[in-house]
Design a binder for this molecule. Structure first.
Ligand code: SF4
Length: 330
């Protein structure tokens, strides 16, 4: 069984819905009901009701040959193909057979989000034509990991870190903000992943009906923006140039940058767009059109100035410190 996000099917001409933004990556999903039971995920084995959703997106089934033909008929429609998978029987075999077919029909780089457990699996995926392997850590908190996700954060970090060491430039991880972690836990994990050469993609938690966390709230926008800003700094700046400081409640209260430097950085790098593999924009995965835009699917040129102003205003209202880092500081 293959599923594709409704936006992907629309770009391929297999569905017809009105879209506020088209996906620049084709998002496919394979695997049946997931053997895991993550408290926030719409695919978990104990989810009540509709299993056709991951985040806010619906994923209709599609015939494999029809999908291949549609890719061949729409060259240039996407910049990348991304496979999401569930922990279920036969997924790995299906990936090994489907990736080369899709890769050939589309001519696009392929990302696969799959929990690799052995080096040989990673090797087989890369040999099949996968460009990047995504291993989702999701939960940034050691305290919460065992209950929300199962297992330990330390094990997940070590798995992702060692794969990145072995396959440099080929490993991506997903972090979900808003699962109950604090800002320091998320920021420190991002720094660690960055040092390990792992590409970090941020998601805002979205409550999905039928899951254990269906009544929990999305993250605070300001907390999410600070983490996006940090991710942008890690992409663009030498770590000598900034300094992340936390208050007693583990919130980020300074980057060691003045307001002018933060504004100038944001004008050059609008870091509030979706961050992930090249070409991935995930439109409205975690947003409602017209609602809070945690990740913009593309640079909102007419709104960018207002978004930056709002971010700076919210930081000031929160008592954020804009003092420039002194060279003598640690
Ligand atoms: S960042 Fe985007 S393309 Fe890369 S694995 Fe995640 S969802 Fe797929």
């Amino acid at each position: 069984m293959v599923r594709a996000s409704i936006g992907t099917l629309t770009v391929l001409g297999l569905r017809d819905i009105r879209m506020d933004a088209a996906p620049t990556t084709a998002y496919l999903m394979i695997g049946g009901r997931c053997a895991s039971d993550c408290a926030y995920c719409g695919q978990g084995r104990n989810v009540v009701g509709d299993h056709s959703r991951l985040s806010r997106i619906s994923w209709p089934e599609v015939d494999e040959d029809q999908l291949i033909a549609a890719f061949a008929a729409h060259p240039g429609a996407f910049q990348r193909v991304c496979f999401q998978t569930t922990a279920s029987r036969g997924v790995f075999r299906q990936l090994l057979s489907l990736v080369p077919r899709i890769s050939q029909a589309s001519g696009l780089p392929v990302s696969v989000s799959y929990r690799v457990t052995r080096d040989e699996e990673a090797e087989q995926l890369l040999d099949a034509g996968v460009e990047r392997i995504g291993i989702a850590i999701d939960c940034c908190s050691e305290r919460l990991y065992p209950t929300i996700r199962g297992g330990t954060l330390a094990d997940a970090e070590s798995l992702v870190g060692s794969l990145s060491e072995r396959y440099p430039g080929r490993i991506t991880t997903h972090l979900i903000i808003g699962l109950g972690e604090d800002e320091m836990e998320a920021a420190e994990l991002m720094l660690e992943m960055r040092h390990a050469g792992v590409l970090v993609s941020l998601f805002a938690f979205t409550p999905v009906q039928g899951t254990q966390m269906e009544h929990a709230s999305p993250p605070l926008l300001l907390a999410y923006r600070k983490l996006q800003f940090l991710l942008g700094l890690l992409d663009q700046e030498d770590e000598e140039c900034f300094h992340v400081a936390y208050d007693a409640t583990n919130r980020i209260y300074s980057f060691g940058l003045s307001e002018a430097r933060m504004r100038s950085f944001l004008k050059r790098h609008f870091v509030f767009v979706t961050h992930g593999c090249l070409g991935c924009n995930r439109p409205f995965y975690t947003e409602v059109p017209g609602g809070t835009m945690f990740n913009f699917p593309s640079m909102p040129s007419e709104k960018a100035r207002g978004v930056i102003d709002q971010f700076i205003r919210d930081l000031k209202a929160d008592g954020f410190e804009f003092a420039e880092r002194q060279n003598s500081e640690g």
